[in-house]
Ligand binder design. Sequence first.
Ligand SMILES: Cc1ncc(COP(=O)(O)O)c(C=O)c1O
Length: 390
Amino acid sequence: MGDPGLSGRFGQFGGRFVPESLVPACMELEEAFRSAWADPAFHTELDDLLHHYGGRPTPVTECPRLSAELGVRVLLKREDLAHTGSHKINNVVGQALLARRMGKTRLIAETGAGQHGVATATAAALFGMECVVYMGEVDTQRQELNVFRMELLGAEVRPVSSGSRTLKDAVNEALREWVASVGNTHYCLGSVMGPHPYPWMVREFQRVIGEEARAQCRQLLGGSDPDVVVACAGGGSNAAGIFAGFADATTSSLVAVEAAGGAAMATGIPGVLHGMRSALMQDEEGQILEATSISAGLDYPGIGPEHAHLAEVGRARYESAADDEVLEAFQRLARTEGIIPALESAHAVAWVIAAAKRSEMPSGSTVLVNLSGRGDKDVAQVRDILRAQR
Ligand SMILES: Cc1ncc(COP(=O)(O)O)c(C=O)c1O
């Protein structure tokens, strides 16, 4: 999981499929990122912010009760404990620093679950920047609390009423706005998707998860790596971040878990969307299909191009979890460990529960789950679903 070079290709995936008017903006961003990433002063400032403001390093937590029930040793990388409640802050602090270095005064972002929007609004407040967040209308309703949070932080939330009114449509709107306002505006994209350099840049900003986790696991496991590393995948940034730390760990298998209704790897075929070539859910005519998931953050018909490549070369496996399994995992982690996961992260937990039940992992295996976020934002939605089921 290295530098994809100027073409931004990961095997046959990735690239930069944007209108001509956006090519200079992508190239300016790539140049700025290459220069910042090679600059020790940028890393010093970023590390300092992630530590004193973001709350890093996040711990790795043992799950003794869940482990006893499943017969495998479950460890959680606690991104839920990062400032604003998810891994999204790692990427956003990096991009906001970069935007300031580029002389931009305004951030725009898309958001699904609202976590990336909240993180972007937070970074904009921290750096005194203007902030506009595009969010599908459907998501503004199911993630009402995060809309209010963004507004509290001084951001303007623009509901998107086109298409399926979810994440895909919010990305379309943000890309459209970026074309018009690129002079003073940085598009703070929230996952390892979009045109080059985003998939690479966002993975590098999230790499800190994997690097910390590898060292923490080695300490806990007497110098060994976990047998399995699992993360949920919408666009795929928390998965890419944790995988980056274990890509060369030959004894660790890597598993990403998509929503069953948004499983681009299981049901998708290669195509182009949002500036990238990747695996996408589409019909025979190439029309993008609508994803459906209980979790707004995984409600996306594609996945980042590096994931499509990791699957093609066999380095990572892509699985999916259905909404009912996710609801079950959400409650089970709460009851056994006192940790309420984000619905997105509950996909990873659901796969571990299912795989342990199928005896897919030998008894006594060690599984590291990236707990990408906390479930506070989802509690009202889950309450309503469970009440309706009674
Ligand atoms: C807590 C949490 N986890 C995961 C995701 C999915 O994003 P990604 O696949 O880029 O990590 C989101 C997206 O909103 C999220 O809020």
